[in-house]
Design a protein around this ligand. Structure first.
Ligand code: AMP
Length: 623
């Protein structure tokens, strides 16, 4: 018999607040909870339906929206009204996605600017956030029907590479679907939780989570130690997955099975080929050869694909994922043989070539693939939801940020505040000061990236700290705090400590990084490491020289009556020399000229200082 608690104030029945775990995937989405009887995570499904809800939305006339399997049927008949892979558009502008647009059969608005993308269907405009919210609503309905209970709280997973804008867009989609999103977590972290639950408390393990889905790829290196999960490094590609395998197959079929040079394949037939390509790929996960008769341009054509050919077609894509694994291992500072377990997640890890290449790379005989790779992430999200509900105090979750975060300092140098791979949530504060007397404003520009020269990094935002009371240069104490929350969203605060003037912003970049940009940023930092060191030391020397010129000229101006003409003239000469050396771009020249000026002015600066001190203590009584 079940006990139902009653609220004695208003007489209502109080149901347990269930927090659901949601895997909002590019291809398929799932919703899971912890079963109240078994205490194990389980996937919820609509009656008689498949557990996977295809992340497909059909937008019919009269504002009719259909999500999932029923929407999938419209992919062929009405491709322009049927939206798939919307996750790839989350938090992105038209410019970000323009190169991939040929693969989409629906209309993405070309407004040729930096604002977020919109999709046009039947004269109405939809944002990716709105479209994702339809998928989330569908999942919410499934859970509410199955549990006979209202659902209002959720944990949603995102790829590890999602930036602030993409995470925020996911959170907004949840809100629009009527869900309070308690936590956004990385998919590989959720997957590791799904496996971690079986790990005995006293076991220490280093785990690689390889997650290859329909449209995204992530690799994470995790340390699991006495119930604590720590992400050592992450890497991946937000635009790589099983869809790309399908694309290669379609290309191969078009090039080799249709002889008409001017062959024009309409949208309708293209979708047919895409669906058959996916079927062929799945079939070849179990068999050696695939063939099918298909009607294209009203002619029947026999399409074939062997396992050997498939592997040849997709090898370059699989190799890209191996390169990411290599980078993740480098970042974690581990050898391949240090990995105890390799966890396979995502539908595309069923592909034989993928399994074989990963086994080879991690030098493992067996891969960890006991759980259904489609379900693992959602099951982990349900476990995280259980942790947030306070039911599992034994597990702690640590995550890392994939790129360094910092501010621009003098000379355009990047000053890192939260380093790459730092654990999140994370809060770090650093102190800075002004460079000019009486400076009342300070512009704070926030950057993300690994290069010393900020112009090579990515600007996240900027703001002005205004109203700093007039003080000599170097006197204000400006504390800049970076607070990166568990969802990877950054809040920046600047405070002048003497006057308590403060300003803050939340950084929500308007659009995201493409995978190529991210990979390039990391690669560039390695390629240009030597150059960057040179750039930093030259810029620092130039900045110091400029500061010395500024303070020297100010000193001369203030004390001209105390100095001889010779001293003033010679100082001005050395200032000119230093100015010229700055233009030379030679660090050694600058340092030499800097020292000459400094050595020359030091004695009379000290002389004046002694005089001032003597004056200050004159007349004072010393007991
Ligand atoms: P996910 O995003 O994790 O749902 O993965 C979806 C991807 O897995 C799609 O590209 C599917 O075509 C692919 N997939 C699903 N089942 C198989 C299979 N048996 N063999 C190969 N790929 C599969």
């Amino acid at each position: 018999m079940a006990l139902i608690p009653i609220n004695i104030k208003d007489g209502s029945f109080k149901q347990e607040d269930v927090i659901v775990g949601i895997d909002l995937g590019t291809t398929n989405s799932l919703i899971a909870i912890i079963d109240s009887n078994t205490k194990k995570p389980k996937i919820l499904k609509a009656n008689f339906d498949d557990i996977l809800v295809p992340s497909i939305i059909y937008l019919g006339k009269n504002k009719q929206t259909i999500v999932g399997n029923k929407a999938k049927k419209h992919l062929i008949e009405e491709p322009q009204n049927t939206i798939f892979s919307v996750k790839r558009l989350m938090g992105k502008s038209y410019k970000d996605v323009v190169e991939n647009i040929t693969t989409k059969s629906y209309k993405i608005i070309d407004d040729n600017n930096d604002s977020l993308v919109k999709i046009e269907v039947e004269g109405r405009y939809y944002t990716p956030v709105e479209l994702s919210s339809y998928i989330l609503k569908e999942l919410k309905n499934i859970a509410e029907t199955e549990l006979n209970n209202k659902i209002s709280k959720a944990v949603i997973t995102v790829p590890a590479y999602f930036n602030d804008a993409q995470r925020q867009a996911t959170r907004d989609a949840g809100k629009l679907a009527g869900l309070d999103v308690l936590r956004i977590i990385n998919e590989p972290t959720a997957a590791s939780l799904a496996y971690g639950i079986g790990i005995e408390q006293n076991q220490n393990q280093t785990v690689a989570v390889y997650d290859l889905g329909g449209g995204t790829f992530d690799i994470s290196i995790l340390k699991i130690n006495e119930g604590i999960f720590e992400v050592l490094s992450t890497n991946g590609d937000t635009n790589l997955g099983g869809d790309d395998f399908d694309h290669e197959i379609v290309k191969y079929w078009i090039e080799n099975f249709f002889d008409n040079q001017n062959l024009k394949i309409n949208n309708f037939d293209m979708q047919k080929l895409r669906i058959e390509a996916e079927n062929a790929k799945k079939y070849l996960s179990e068999h050696e050869n695939f063939s099918i008769d298909i009607s294209i341009n009203s002619r029947i054509t026999k399409l074939e694909l062997s396992l050997i050919k498939l592997e040849e077609l997709i090898k370059p894509i699989v190799d890209k994922t191996i390169k990411s694994c290599f980078n993740a291992m480098n970042d974690a500072g581990l050898k391949n043989s240090d990995i105890d377990e390799v966890i396979m997640v995502g539908g595309s890890t069923r592909v034989k070539l993928v399994k074989n290449e990963i086994k080879k790379f991690f030098e493992k005989k067996e891969l960890h693939d006991k759980l259904n790779p489609d379900e693992t992430v959602a099951l982990g999200a349900a476990i995280e939801a259980d942790i947030l509900a306070g039911n599992r105090k034994d597990i702690l979750l640590l995550d890392v940020t994939p790129l360094s975060l910092g501010i621009e300092t003098m000379g355009g140098l990047m000053d890192v505040i939260i380093p790459r791979n730092a654990k999140i949530p994370q809060s770090i504060a650093k102190q800075y000061t002004t460079s000019k007397d009486g400076q009342s404003n300070l512009r704070i520009s926030i950057f993300q990236g690994e290069r010393d020269n900020v112009s090579f990094n990515r600007k996240l935002g900027e703001f002005n700290l205004t109203g700093i009371p007039a003080m000599p240069a170097g006197l204000p104490k400006i504390e800049i705090s970076f607070m990166l929350d568990a969802d990877g969203i950054l809040k920046v605060k600047a405070k002048e400590l003497r006057s308590s003037v403060e300003q803050k912003i939340e950084v929500k970049p308007q659009y995201g990084l493409t995978d190529e940009e991210l990979e390039k940023m990391l690669l560039d930092s390695l390629l240009h490491a030597g150059e960057d060191v040179k750039y930093r030391s030259l810029t620092e020397a130039q900045t110091e020289a400029e500061q010395l010129i500024y303070t020297t000229l100010r000193f001369i101006e203030k004390n001209k009556n105390e100095l001889s003409n010779d001293e003033i003239e010679q100082t001005n000469n050395f200032v000119e020399q230093l100015k010229n050396s700055i233009k030379s771009e030679s660090k050694d020249e600058i340092l030499k000229a800097h020292d000459i000026l400094n050595d020359f002015t030091k004695p009379f600066a000290e002389r004046l200082m002694d005089k001032a001190i003597a004056f200050a203590i004159k007349g004072k009584k010393i007991d």
